[in-house]
Design a binder for this molecule. Structure first.
Ligand code: QAP
Ligand code: CO
Length: 170
């Protein structure tokens, strides 16, 4: 099922999400709904809080370099993630399903190592670079109530506020 995606400035987007304890059928159904929602809205990443659930869950599905298409085989379902290692600062042009129509450069780590649990509660370790590393950091920020617009330089933040005002008045 496709769920409603909350938009900035919805107050829930500022809440901290809680650890997942039960890796049961209801979790699996929710993960499937998150995937349906991400696909429908043409996202590359989605955190549970964006559909109104304060659980430490995120999905990432990066398009393939060869054809620019997303494949379900590449879908990552990440639960209770922790950063184990991060290095090399880079800038990446980001957007967010909860901040529709706005894109801007954000400073991130270019390479990270993540510990997390899969949908069965199994412990996993993932090394990621580039787009995947950036998407994981973006979605992990959602679990802390942080949005990419919080990480903009003062000048870029002003540009965002200006565009927001324009949208409100149109
Ligand atoms: C996070 O964001 C991300 O404004 C995922 O009108 C994005 O999937 C991490 C989207 C880029 C790293 C790089 C945004 C779709 C999708 C929009 C998304 C929109 C339609 C955003
Ligand atoms: Co986002």
């Amino acid at each position: 099922a496709v769920l409603e995606v909350l938009s900035y400035p919805h107050p829930l987007l500022r809440q901290k999400s809680k650890e997942v304890q039960n890796f049961d059928a209801s979790l699996h159904a929710f993960l499937d709904d998150m995937y349906d929602t991400m696909l429908e809205r043409e996202g590359v990443g989605l955190a549970a809080v964006q559909v109104g659930r304060l659980h430490r869950i995120l999905l990432v599905n990066i398009p393939r370099q060869e054809d620019g298409k997303q494949y379900k085989e590449d879908l990552l379902e990440i639960i209770n993630p922790v950063i184990l290692h991060q290095e090399e600062e880079i800038f990446w042009n980001e957007g967010c399903l909860s901040v529709p129509g706005f894109y801007e450069e954000v400073k991130r780590y270019g390479s990270i190592t993540l510990g997390y649990q899969d949908r069965f509660g199994g412990e996993q370790v993932l090394r990621a670079q580039g787009f995947l590393a950036v998407a994981l950091q973006h979605e992990m920020d959602h679990l802390e109530g942080i949005l990419f617009i919080d990480k903009l330089s003062i000048l870029k933040r002003k540009k965002f506020e200006k565009e927001l005002k324009k949208l409100k008045n149109s």
